[in-house]
Design a protein around this ligand. Sequence first.
Ligand SMILES: C[S@@+](CC[C@H](N)C(=O)[O-])C[C@H]1O[C@@H](n2cnc3c(N)ncnc32)[C@H](O)[C@@H]1O
Length: 213
Amino acid sequence: MKDLPNLTMKGKFDHFIQEGITVLKPNHDEVAKLHDAGQIPSEFGSRIWHSSYLLIHYLSKLDLSSEQNIVELGCGWGLPAAYIQKRFGAKVLATDVDSQVKYYQQLITRVNSVVVPFFQRSFSQLALDDLSDIDLLVGADVCYSPTNAKRLAELFYHYMKEVNGEIILVDSGRRPFFHLVDEMKQTFSLSLNEVKIDLPTRASGYILHLGKH
Ligand SMILES: C[S@@+](CC[C@H](N)C(=O)[O-])C[C@H]1O[C@@H](n2cnc3c(N)ncnc32)[C@H](O)[C@@H]1O
């Protein structure tokens, strides 16, 4: 009998599958090798956060086009970026302030046979960039401090004023995230929905979807 794919993060396996994308666990040899080589992310990017799984679940119900240019903010291991490339064929850029995460992000792209370039860029740097050809910004678990909420608000004002595009931000429900939602509500049309999943792990959080959708 053929082995069934492992769909849960629980158990002895060193990887599992979510929506067709392979996710490596910390006990995977390749992940352990990076860790042992001293490539240790400094800003909480040393693992995949649950909001990445919630974001992939939400994206799986959307109809994104291969023509779109998409940026993942604070990507860490960049799982949603790899998923978007694999599922929709869109052009995706994975960005993060911490250059150490790129080793993990590139490992995830390699095992999934996708090409997602990494660009070391902070939210504040992106807020000064020309984003006119970007159709969608996505991010998972990046609004965890008042400072990051302020930086993200500046980036979102800049991006929406320049492009009037779309932003999807997922969070487990921290206070800075809800402050950001309240601020964005004053100026932009948006939806905020609670989301729960059971696989690959039991998780819940909130999806902020800003702009036309
Ligand atoms: C909690 S981790 C989440 C990582 C990934 N999105 C996930 O869901 O697994 C937060 C990420 O945001 C990045 N980050 C923190 N502050 C940032 C900033 N000012 N600009 C860009 N990235 C930032 C960190 O380096 C880290 O990778």
